[in-house]
Design a protein around this ligand. Structure first.
Ligand code: NI
Length: 180
């Protein structure tokens, strides 16, 4: 496995509508999905979409895990989490319900947090890495991450929900930090 380079805004790949994966191509995707999961975990992040690693295909990896309770005198520098990893190919939101507000970040938009309103619960249909159809019911953080990553497949970013002035300030700051 290897770490992939994460595309950073304004990389145009982030704005392309990703192409559906053809059934005959699923078998060959396993190494890419493994690399995407490793890249997401290393970042660390809770979700990663194909376009974020410059692959304009409809695939995402998601792992919101479960926090492990630690005793108070044994607080680690990074809180370990159990892993609950999903590989989702051609994911589609079939049902949604409720609303939830959350401040979201994105690995392609360093140091930006955007308050977002999302559905509180979503039902997602997809194929898994074996090409089998699966239905995933997400709520809370899992619901948010699923919506965020599926947005990536349609070229949508949380930056689109930031007002023009704040957006321009952020883009200037991003340019400067990339030059430095
Ligand atoms: Ni993102």
């Amino acid at each position: 496995m290897s770490l992939l380079t994460i595309a950073i805004h304004p990389d145009p790949v982030l704005r392309k509508v990703a192409k559906p994966v053809a059934p005959e191509d699923i078998e060959g995707l396993r190494p890419l999905l493994d690399d995407m999961a490793e890249t997401m975990h290393a970042a660390p992040g809770v979700g990663l979409a194909g376009p974020q690693v410059s692959v304009s295909k409809r695939l995402i990896v998601v792992d919101v895990g479960e926090p492990i309770m630690m005793s108070q005198d044994d607080v680690p520098s990074e809180t370990p989490r159990t892993s609950r990893l999903y590989h989702l190919i051609n994911p589609v939101i079939r049902d949604r319900d409720g609303t939830l507000e959350w401040e979201e970040g994105c690995l392609s938009l360093p140091e930006l947090l955007v308050p977002m309103e999302r559905s509180a619960r979503v039902t997602v249909e997809a194929l898994n890495a074996d090409g089998d159809p699966i239905t995933l019911h997400g709520e809370g953080l899992l619901a948010i991450v699923l919506q965020h990553e599926i947005d990536h497949l349609d070229g949508k970013l949380i930056l689109d929900h930031v007002g023009r002035i704040k957006r321009n300030l952020y883009i200037d700051r991003l340019k400067k930090s990339r030059r430095a």
